[in-house]
Design a protein around this ligand. Structure first.
Ligand SMILES: Cc1cc2nc3c(=O)[nH]c(=O)nc-3n(C[C@H](O)[C@H](O)[C@H](O)COP(=O)(O)OP(=O)(O)OC[C@H]3O[C@@H](n4cnc5c(N)ncnc54)[C@H](O)[C@@H]3O)c2cc1C
Length: 272
């Protein structure tokens, strides 16, 4: 028998979180394979404030307890996020698994988190002490280390929609279905009148934390395609230096080369 609380409002959930040590439990698809946990669970599936999907100007506000299935069924969800979700696990897992759980699990293999990184999304965190909004990039302090206080919950993901239209997404796994990624890549690029208005890239499953380097992508922004071509090699070289894969089942050299190949392909798709 699993002990736990099933709050029906965010205020109730935060009050319990403040009062005792509980493990937030959203879909349970990561927690269910972790048998070592003790203590009570804080079930989040009935907290309506964490399940909404709404547009506020240029931001899409996604409740942390939204399941992948709910996001796939929403007309508001951008195509890039749907493409990534379609490759996560299998329908049964997607019916239960949530974006908040994917982010809070702290894995660099988290496929929805990769999309939130490339889009420079922020997280709305809440506790009984109040709320704060934090860029997702600042949320990860290291492997499985989060900037989440013991009394806080991730309530929403705030996803800027401005540059989401033109994207590239690749998940390299051992097989097509039910694969955990060995390398995952997401790129955004908007070119108007021959000038790069926006470029953003991110890699998952490579380092302890998803790699996102806006300072490198800045080498391309504001340039014409011809000017970007001229800095292409310098850009790829700069990226080679920051991609330092951790050791894993798949060799670090292989994963680094795959990253560079994916980046090269992304650039060439845009004539760079
Ligand atoms: C067979 C299988 C295949 C999978 N394939 C993939 C895959 O292809 N890609 C992928 O990315 N993942 C995959 N996963 C992992 C998992 O399904 C996802 O990470 C999922 O999004 C986790 O969400 P959840 O709601 O089930 O999290 P839970 O298991 O409920 O929670 C995960 C962690 O997050 C914490 N947490 C949850 N919600 C919050 C919140 N709102 N605030 C603070 N902390 C919170 C929990 O305490 C726990 O530490 C797979 C898992 C399985 C079992």
């Amino acid at each position: 028998m699993v002990n736990g609380y099933t709050p029906t409002s965010l205020a109730e959930a935060l009050a319990i979180r403040a009062r005792e040590i509980v493990t937030p439990y959203a879909g349970g698809t990561d927690l269910m394979i972790d048998e070592r946990r003790e203590g009570s669970y804080l079930f989040l599936h009935r907290v309506q404030e964490m399940k909404g999907i709404r547009r506020e100007g240029e931001l899409l506000c996604l409740g942390a307890a939204c399941t992948y299935t709910a996001l796939m069924e929403s007309a508001l969800t951008p195509a890039l996020l749907k493409e990534a979700i379609a490759l996560i696990a299998a329908p049964a897992i997607r019916n239960e698994g949530t974006i908040g759980g994917n982010i809070a699990n702290g894995s660099p293999k988290a496929d929805s988190a990769l999309i939130f990184f490339v889009a420079d999304a922020s997280l709305r965190l809440a506790s009984v002490r109040g709320e704060r909004v934090m860029p997702i990039r600042d949320f990860y302090l290291g492997r499985k280390q989060l900037a989440l206080m013991p009394d806080e919950l991730i309530v929403e993901v705030l996803l800027p929609m401005t540059w989401m239209e033109h994207y590239c997404y690749e998940k390299v796994g051992a097989r097509k279905a039910l694969a955990i990624s060995r390398v995952a890549f997401a790129g955004l690029m908007t070119i108007r009148d021959g000038v790069i208005q926006h470029a953003a890239t991110a890699f998952g499953s490579v380092s302890d934390v998803i790699i996102r380097k806006p300072e490198l992508d800045a080498m391309l922004i504001g340039k014409t395609v011809a000017q970007a071509k001229a800095v292409r090699d310098a850009y790829l070289e700069a990226y080679r230096e920051v991609i330092v894969p951790i050791r894993g089942r798949v060799s670090a050299e292989y994963r680094k080369q795959v990253c560079v190949n994916l980046l090269t392909e992304f650039l060439s798709q845009h004539g760079i």
